[in-house]
Design a protein around this ligand. Structure first.
Ligand code: COA
Length: 325
């Protein structure tokens, strides 16, 4: 039995924050940001719109595309590092707001690899017969954990949500493989130091900005390039495919240079790569499902095409998925 994506959807909050806006906030330039990252602007949710609200909009759109109603869903998984609250899960808020009464709902945290990790869970539920219909959503409000005085990170991040419906496939289309990996020994490359059991919220943690995302950008960059190249090559080998057979690469949207390096390693021209980070920046677990939804809407994926998803993020975590559409 194979699982397949039967509907996609995405939602971006309307407010646009451009590089020129950020020039007014920290010592940076539009030119530097575009050259080093490829990002031109990002979206920022207003204070009354929560991660679950973005997730609900993306989820509704994916359900509509799949021709389903919320009541049809067995499991809701939300991949996020910026949930509405530490407890309960954001997926439970989504379940309530969608009125998906039958669905069990839970969150997962694999940082920017959250969607791909979530896809492996959805795949396992469907292939084991434990569920018939899974709604998987990547939703983030990274603006809430962004230090708007840190030029090395604030230029990179954005808010948004993307969703897919996963159901059983009755032919050879669907998820051919999802490979997920972690290395917790290098957790310190990307983290939010405070707000958990190691460093609970206190006046001091707030004063010292420990609730903001911290990143060793340069080290992360190098490991990302190396790891992503390897994971996609291994996935192709495992499935006896050549990169020339991949119609579209749908990478996590962190940095244009990282994406270009992977495409080059695969000998894929950039017209076979989905790139939308100039509009949204890095939206962590939301970036792949947003990119996938845009590619579907733009008619860039046809039935029978092989597509490759690949992601990399805090943890560290990295993953790939090979899908026959
Ligand atoms: N504007 C202007 N200058 C900036 C800047 C900004 N927004 N951010 C950093 N700089 C400066 C640094 O202070 C440094 O100055 P110095 O040489 O005087 O010390 C210089 O630019 C180079 O910094 P460095 O961090 O080495 O730059 P880089 O080429 O590695 O680019 C990133 C920085 C963050 C764009 C890049 O490292 C990156 O994209 N890393 C991966 C991030 C990522 O993908 N994370 C998410 C994984 S899911």
């Amino acid at each position: 039995m194979r699982a397949k994506i039967t509907g996609t959807g995405s939602y971006l909050p309307p407010h646009v924050l451009t590089n020129h806006d950020i020039e007014q906030m920290v010592d940076t330039t539009d030119e530097w940001i575009v050259e080093r990252t490829g990002i031109k602007e990002r979206r920022v949710a207003d204070p009354h719109t929560y991660t679950s609200d973005l997730a609900v909009e993306a989820g509704k759109r994916a359900l509509k595309a799949a021709g389903l109603k919320p009541k049809d869903i067995d499991i809701i998984i939300v991949a996020t590092v910026t949930g509405d609250m530490p407890l309960p899960s954001t997926a439970c808020f989504v379940q309530a707001k969608l009125k998906a009464k039958k669905a069990a709902a839970f969150d997962i945290n694999a940082a920017c690899s959250g969607f791909t990790f979530g896809l492996s869970i959805a795949n396992a539920y469907i292939c084991s017969g434990m569920a018939k219909r899974v709604l998987l959503i990547g939703s983030e409000e990274l603006s809430r954990i962004t230090d708007w005085e840190d030029r090395a990170t604030c230029v990179l991040l954005g808010d948004g949500a993307g969703a897919v419906v996963v159901e059983a496939s009755d032919d050879d289309t669907g998820i051919w493989s999802v490979d997920i990996f972690s290395d917790g020994t290098i957790w310190d490359l990307l983290n939010v130091p405070a707000g958990g059991s190691a460093n609970p919220a206190s006046e001091e943690t707030v004063k010292s900005g420990q609730h903001y995302l911290k990143m060793k950008g340069n080290e992360t960059f190098k490991i990302a390039v190396r790891t992503l190249e390897q994971v996609v090559v291994d996935t192709l080998k495992k499935n006896n495919l050549q990169s020339s057979q991949i119609a579209l690469l749908v990478p996590h949207q962190a940095n244009k240079r990282i994406i270009e390096a992977t495409a080059k390693r695969l000998n894929m021209s950039m017209d076979r790569v989905v790139l939308n980070l100039h509009k949204y920046g890095n939206t962590s677990a939301a970036s792949i499902p947003i990119a996938l939804d845009e590619a579907v809407k733009q008619g860039r994926i046809r039935k029978g095409d092989f597509i490759m998803l690949e992601s990399f993020g805090g943890g560290l975590t990295w993953a790939s998925a090979l899908i026959k559409w």
